[in-house]
Ligand binder design. Structure first.
Ligand code: ADP
Length: 826
């Protein structure tokens, strides 16, 4: 069941009974008034209302701050044509013609006073606004009606029309007074007409001007003589064709009043006139008129400006809303509960998602409950109560996007005017720029961090005194963590004075040219109070430019390169040292070589000198042996044999030394020729065969490709092979064998292998056998003769022919010596 139906029930009961007003009260839709549904009426209102409609005397109840009217059948005559619209309407509007007389009384009653007035005069417009008022006298009583809270919510008025009594009393008196006053009044009227601002003229029944007041003469720019006695049509020929001609005729003919507006346009004039024309007692016309051109033009301008205002509002991107405060219980002192929209432009409609026409007449909060969310409602309330301007920027989200609304509310009269501007773009730009600033800040922080932690040092010196403004960790490290910020450079670091820094700083600041220095020595104290020590720095002095374009100071940037410089100096020192060592070694080597040469030369010389006497010893021993000097005893023969063996050994030794010395001294010349290996080896075999036979060794020559040839010196090849064969025979026990083999090695080499089944050589001795004077079995147990030079010479010779000599051996099983040589290729 809806509230209104319940209300109906209540109304049916409350206004039950006979009579028109009761019926009307029952049928009336009270929800259209501020009183609301009857169901919701307070008991005080219900009781008083039902009493009023039941009363036989004229009575009316005014309820609430708007004085909503409920009256009874007896009251109707006071209302005249205002009934029945007056029911439920505001008394202020209903009785606008006498409101100034009524309102002060109502205010008195609202304070709790009962007011009674006798024969009170009211000019009532009972037949509509077009008909002159009725002079009505009423005796009435205003009674305050208290509500449940004890306050005065209603005013009950009862009254009697006393007009007839008043008139009966006063009529005669008035008539006499009037008679007395008539002539005086006529005079006064004439003078009033003379002085009045409105133009006034009277015409007789023939429309001839009888009187014209000065305002009229001024208005039409004519003299009295030009007008009086002439007809309207003579004076104003154009007026014959105008609306006034038939109007005047009707006034004269029918005695009616006419009121009309006339627009005169003619030579040099363009006027709007407001005319009132009355029939005169003489059967003519009295005309009053005023120039309302100004007013018309102002109105036109106003209309135009209002049209302009509307147009502007219609196309404005800004929302405009006018709204009227809705107060609690409709009381003027009630708190504001909502705002009723009285105007909304299309932009406001778009913002609210409705047609402006759907918004007007409705409550703001009712339509947009969110108004309460952002403190907006409180803001509007303050505007309405205090008149202060309320401005706010509102951010909200819709469909996941940010929007911004700039709202301004101002009070206009009792109303509040609201304008909204879409500031989404601005807010987004602001957000963006905030983000940018944040990013920039982050970047700056990062940069500052990089700068702070950079291994390069960095300091900013401002102004001509080079005051430290900024310095990073590395710089602090360099200067021993002294407090420098805010101090002039040379005060903070006095040890830098007089080292050329001042000059450089001044120069950079004065000229703007940067300075770059490499490995500059500086002397700074590295810890507070410590003795200054020498450091090396790479530095750059850069001028920095202020925003106004001037040079603000110097950025001092660089790196402590002490370690690098010291390392470099150390390297240079070491290099110098090693260079000297190399030179020394070179000199020593040259010296040694020279000594070696001298030694070899010496050896060659003495060997040669030894050979001659040794040959003589051998020769003479042989002569003795063959008996040239007489018979030789067996004992002598034994001694001679020993002499000869020693002589041969010594001679061999000396020959070996001589050979080695020659080879070692580089005094050997090599012939590079085609050496057929088969031939060369066969010769050697032939020479060694007797030796092998003597030791009962089998000497085998496998024979080789007769075309196999070496690029070498034949004699030297044979010398080497002979030496190898001699060793093999020497170090192989009787019954063993010695093999000789020639082979081709790859494309470019040939080799001769000399293998035996003899003693062999221990692995650790294998390289040593090529050293001069090395004999493995040297010592007291030595069984074989030799010099220890054979292999040394042989290898030198092989190498001298771009070949080599190597050995492979297993101790106790035998050895294989291999000489490699370059192959002769045809
Ligand atoms: P020499 O034969 O005059 O002593 P070498 O330089 O020819 O001097 O030889 C050096 C040493 O190498 C020899 O004393 C010997 O001990 C060892 N040697 C050389 N050839 C052989 C071989 N075929 N078998 C075993 N040992 C050898």
């Amino acid at each position: 069941m809806s509230a209104s139906v319940r209300g109906d029930d209540t109304a049916q009961r409350l206004f039950a009974g006979e009579g028109e007003l009761r019926a009307r009260c029952r049928a009336f839709d009270w929800t259209t008034t501020v009183l609301g549904s009857v169901e919701e009426w307070p008991p005080s209102l219900r009781t008083t209302a039902s009493t009023v409609v039941a009363m036989g005397f004229p009575a009316i109840l005014l309820w609430g701050p708007q004085f909503v009217q409920i009256y009874n059948d007896a009251y109707k005559p006071f209302l005249g044509s205002k009934h029945p619209a007056a029911l439920g309407s505001s008394s202020r509007e209903c009785w606008s013609e006498i409101w100034p007389l009524v309102e002060p009384v109502l205010h008195r009653v609202q304070t709790g006073e009962t007011v009674t007035l006798g024969d009170q005069y009211y000019p009532l417009l009972r037949q509509g606004p077009a008909v002159p008022h009725d002079d009505v006298y009423i005796t009435l009583s205003y009674v305050p009606v208290r509500d449940e809270g004890g306050g005065v919510s209603g005013i009950l008025i009862t009254g009697f029309d006393t007009t007839s009594q008043v008139e009966a009393h006063g009529l005669e008196k008035k008539r006499q007074a009037l008679e007395v006053d008539t002539s005086r009044a006529e005079l006064r009227a004439a003078s009033v007409l003379e002085r009045m601002a409105d133009a006034h003229a009277t015409l007789d029944s023939e429309f001839r001007f009888l009187t014209v007041n000065p305002a009229a003469l001024r208005a039409v720019d004519k003299t009295l003589e030009e007008m009086v006695g002439r007809t309207h049509w003579e004076v104003f020929p154009a007026s014959l064709d105008m609306e006034i001609a038939p109007a005047y005729r009707r006034i004269v003919a029918e005695g009616v009043v006419a009121h009309f507006k006339q627009h005169y346009v003619g030579d040099g004039y363009d006027v709007h006139l407001d005319l009132d024309a009355y029939p005169t007692d003489e059967g003519g016309v009295a005309i009053f008129w005023r120039d309302v051109s100004e007013h018309v033009r102002t109105e036109a301008a106003l209309a135009a400006s209002e049209a302009l205002f509307r147009t502007v509002q219609d196309v404005s991107p800004h929302g405009v809303v006018l709204m009227h405060p809705m107060r609690e219980d409709d009381r003027p002192d009630g708190g504001i509960v909502d705002f009723r929209l009285t105007y909304a432009n299309p932009a406001a409609g778009r913002l609210g998602g409705r047609e402006p026409t759907d918004m007007v007449g409705r409550g703001l909060v009712e339509m947009f409950p969110a108004t309460r969310q952002y403190g907006l409602f409180e803001g509007y309330q303050r505007v309405a109560e205090t008149g202060e301007v309320f401005e706010t920027d509102l951010m909200y989200q819709a469909d996941g996007l940010d929007y911004g609304l700039g709202i301004t509310a101002v009070r206009v009269g009792d109303d509040v005017a609201l304008t909204t501007a879409d500031i989404t773009a601005r807010l987004r730009a602001e957000t963006e720029s905030r983000e940018l600033f944040k990013a920039l800040d982050l970047e700056r922080t990062r940069l500052a961090e990089v700068f702070r932690q950079s291994p390069s040092f960095f300091a900013v010196l401002r102004g001509p005194d080079h005051v430290f403004e900024l310095a990073n960790d590395a710089y602090y490290q360099l200067i021993g963590r002294r407090e420098i910020i805010g101090k002039p450079a040379f005060e903070a670091l006095p040890e830098l004075r007089g080292k050329g820094f001042e000059g450089r700083l001044h120069h950079v600041l004065a000229t703007g040219e940067p300075f770059v220095g490499r490995e500059l020595p500086i002397t700074v104290a590295r810890t507070w109070g410590a003795l200054p020590e020498e450091r090396f720095v790479d530095v750059t002095y850069l001028p920095f430019i202020e925003r106004d374009g001037t040079r603000g100071g110097v950025i001092f940037h660089g790196a402590d390169v002490t370690a690098r410089v010291r390392a470099r100096l150390e390297i240079e020192r070491l290099l110098a040292e090693s260079e000297k060592a190399r030179a020394d070694a070179e000199a020593a080597r040259a010296e040694a070589e020279a000594a070696n040469r001298t030694k070899s030369e010496f050896l060659a010389t003495i060997s040669h000198e030894y050979r001659t006497p040794l040959n003589a010893i051998g020769g003479y021993a042989e002569l003795i042996e063959i008996g040239v000097h007489g018979p030789v005893t067996p004992e002598q023969r034994t001694a001679l044999d020993r002499i000869q063996r020693s002589q041969r050994h010594l001679l061999g030794l000396i020959n070996g030394v001589l050979n080695y010395a020659k080879v070692d001294a580089g005094a050997v010349l090599y012939n590079s020729e085609r050496v057929l290996l088969d031939e060369a080896v066969a010769t050697c075999e032939a020479l060694s065969a007797p030796q092998a036979r003597a030791k009962r060794l089998s000497l085998r020559f496998t024979g080789c490709d007769p075309r196999l040839a070496a690029r070498a010196d034949r004699e030297k090849v044979q010398q080497v092979v002979l030496n190898l064969l001699s060793n093999a025979i020497k170090f192989t026990a009787p019954g063993g064998s010695v093999d000789v083999q020639c082979v081709r090695v790859g494309d470019s080499q040939v080799a001769v292998h000399v293998s035996d089944t003899g003693l062999g050589i221990a692995a650790e001795q294998m390289e040593r056998v090529f050293q001069p004077f090395v004999q493995i079995d040297a010592g007291l147990t030595r069984t074989q003769e030799g010099t220890g030079l054979g292999l040394a010479i042989s290898r030198d010779l092989a190498r001298g022919m771009n070949g080599d000599l190597k050995v492979e051996s297993v101790e106790g099983q035998g050895s294989t010596f291999t000489i490699t040589l370059l192959r002769w290729s045809d």
